[in-house]
Design a protein around this ligand. Structure first.
Ligand code: ADP
Ligand code: 5GP
Length: 291
């Protein structure tokens, strides 16, 4: 074992003062967590720039949250495979993501919103229903990112955030998506931070996404309710896609082929609703969020 470096009296004094300031800073942040001024997201972000906070042990961080005692903190750390002495700055990207998701569990939120995921074959009526729910103010409807080109009448930031392949790829590597998937040659993804924030604020959240994405959401947030929207018949689905008039014949044929696969996935979902009348589906979704 090497000998510790010899410090001058002045250096030792400076080191002691720094350690004391760090402890004070950590105590201050822990008090802010207790008072609700900080949540898990804001502390994890702060830890990236504030060295004293970065050095806080994960165990200390968890125990600062109201309702998380030593036992629960230990259970969480074991489940997430975080060693008892780990500091925030030593957490890996996956551990950070899992930790944030852990705090979205209903037991950690006083009045969490419901997360409903609406999927179903293209043309069944998902965006029509999502639009109604958004207008009525019943749900906070997530706006996805996509590499698809806007259709006429689609507004950037309202229907989607339209981005380039390279921006989308960067967002994947920065772990910014709750889920993402490729569909009919384009990529689509749900921004994680905004969804978490809305749930934490007690809002009911609606994601209108395709099936592979819905499965990813269920894996990360088991409390989510997966709803599959079915057409009254295959003929009606074809007629809705034609009636929408947004796709040429070739693209429509491609979407219909995908729709056959999508219809087979219904069994995986928690709830199946037939979209015969928009109003009745809207009503059922509002009820699901209330129960
Ligand atoms: P999706 O988002 O699932 O691809 P859309 O919401 O774009 O589907 O709907 C496809 C077409 O079907 C649109 O023209 C829409 O007006 C129509 N539509 C949606 N729901 C119904 C319904 N219950 N009855 C009749 N037409 C509907
Ligand atoms: P469209 O191109 O018709 O707008 O969407 C094609 C498919 O992508 C639809 O099934 C829609 O629900 C889905 N979608 C939209 N946003 C997302 C998203 O963020 N993630 C995933 N996985 N699918 C999405």
């Amino acid at each position: 074992m090497g000998t510790p470096p010899q410090l001058t009296a002045q250096q030792r004094q400076a080191a002691l003062a720094k350690a004391s300031a760090s402890r004070k800073r950590r105590a201050e942040v822990k008090a802010q967590i207790k008072s609700g001024e900080h949540n898990i997201d804001s502390v994890l972000t702060l830890a990236g720039t504030d060295e004293a906070v970065g050095k806080m042990r994960v165990k200390e961080l968890l125990e600062s949250f109201t309702g998380v005692g030593k036992i629960r903190a230990n259970t969480m750390m074991e489940r997430l495979n975080i060693s008892p002495t780990r500091r925030i700055q030593g957490l890996g990207r996956h551990q950070i993501r899992e930790l944030r998701e852990e705090f979205l569990r209903p037991e950690h939120l006083s009045n969490p919103g419901r997360l409903i995921v609406l999927s179903g074959p293209g043309g069944v009526g998902k965006s029509t229903i999502a639009k109604q729910l958004r207008q009525a103010g019943d749900f906070w409807v997530s706006v996805s990112f996509t590499t698809r080109k806007p259709r006429v009448n689609e507004i950037d930031g309202h229907d989607y955030f339209f981005v380039t392949e390279s921006v989308f790829a960067r967002m994947i590597s920065n772990n910014e998506f709750l889920e993402w998937a490729e569909f009919a040659g384009n990529r689509y993804g749900t921004p994680q931070a905004q969804v978490e924030q809305a749930l934490r604020e007690g809002k009911n959240v609606l994601l209108e996404i395709e099936i592979a994405g819905a499965k990813q959401v269920k894996a990360h947030l088991p409390q989510s309710i997966l709803v599959f929207l079915e057409p009254p018949s295959w003929e009606e689905l074809v007629s809705r896609l034609v009636g929408r008039g947004t796709d040429g014949a070739e693209r429509r044929a491609e979407r219909l082929e995908l729709a056959q696969e999508e219809l087979a996935a219904a069994a995986f979902f928690d709830v199946i609703l037939v979209n015969d009348q928009v109003e009745s589906v809207v009503q059922r979704l509002v009820e699901l969020a209330q129960n």
